[in-house]
Design a protein around this ligand. Structure first.
Ligand code: ATP
Ligand code: MG
Length: 219
């Protein structure tokens, strides 16, 4: 039986993921299509633990190297993803519910490699976990592509307190890492969308890419 479609929204902080995802869901829901919103890190268990650490800017300064911290986060992110897959993604996909996720392993590969964690190791872990059916490969990874100045300007507009990664020195590394995703995840369908354009145009573009992949609930 066909499962629902699994779509991942990716991109730097401030690229517009949450906004575009919400509007795309609004446009595409109904007409027999059921779409479920989800996000990583999740809001329960390990995911909540990750969010608490990020908000606290863990680790405390001087306690460990950046690489050691990236190694800790990498393991937490994969643990959260495995739980998310078993408890939420698989049960819903099997009911022919389409799932949109605000970030998935594209973020782990991009963010952790931008901090110096070897990208080949991350990509290898993704392939191993996908091969063992512990995480799900998205049918489409939409990367909302914006320049660093645009991301910073949009973040400033939100008035949110900048987190650990919303940093003018880190974001160029992250932008480059996102650009490298197709090279390191060759089995993934990754599409870059120019998200510098007005929101309406971005949403029309994203909808046209996702619409053909959606699955209707069985009659
Ligand atoms: N195409 C666009 N043009 C102008 N503003 C936009 C566009 N897309 C999003 N924005 C605005 O940019 C800001 C950041 O968007 P949003 O919160 O959706 O980004 P995000 O990628 O989810 O960020 P984060 O990773 O921090 O959650 C919001 O104020 C949003 O309204
Ligand atoms: Mg968001």
């Amino acid at each position: 039986m066909t499962r629902g479609a699994f779509i991942a929204f990716e991109g730097m902080d401030g690229s517009g993921k949450s906004t575009v995802m919400e509007k795309t869901m609004f446009e595409l829901s109904g007409n027999g299509y059921s779409i479920r919103w989800t996000a990583e890190p999740t809001h329960q268990g390990t995911g909540k633990h990750i969010r608490d650490r990020l908000n606290a800017k863990w680790p405390p300064k001087g306690t460990m190297s950046d690489l050691a911290a990236a190694a800790v986060y990498t393991r937490l992110f994969f643990a959260d993803r495995i739980e998310h897959n078993a408890l939420d993604i698989q049960p819903n996909l099997s009911k022919r519910i389409n799932i949109f996720t605000d970030r998935s392993y594209g973020s782990t590969v991009a963010y952790q490699s931008a901090q110096g964690y070897p990208i080949e190791k991350l990509a290898g872990e993704v392939e191993w976990l996908v091969g063992k059916s512990m995480i799900e490969r998205p049918d489409l990874m939409v990367v909302l592509d914006v320049s660093v100045p645009t991301a910073l300007a949009r973040l400033a507009k939100t008035g949110k307190k900048p987190d650990k990664f919303e940093d003018p020195e880190f974001l160029p590394k992250l932008h480059e890492a996102y650009g490298n995703l197709p090279k390191y995840l060759p089995n993934d369908r990754i599409e870059f969308v120019d998200a510098e354009r007005p929101l309406k145009e971005v949403v029309v573009d994203v909808c046209s890419r996702i619409r053909p992949l959606l699955v209707k609930k069985a009659a």
